[in-house]
Design a protein around this ligand. Sequence first.
Ligand SMILES: [Zn+2]
Length: 74
Amino acid sequence: MFTRCPGAISIVEPIPEDVKCPHCKMTVEMFTNETSLRCYHCGGHIVRDKKPSCFDWCEYAEKCAKELGIPLDG
Ligand SMILES: [Zn+2]
């Protein structure tokens, strides 16, 4: 039995991912819940597209986010 939506885990428990900085081509760590970051190698701004999550389509997204204490953008 799940105590919460399994689709929300990547949002509730972010994990670091390697992202390549478009400015200096170095690899930086970005958490799965982050969409922008300042590169700690060159100071450049790294932006990536938000990954689609269950919140983007789930009819319970609002209720779910509220229970989890996650602010929904948009
Ligand atoms: Zn950089």
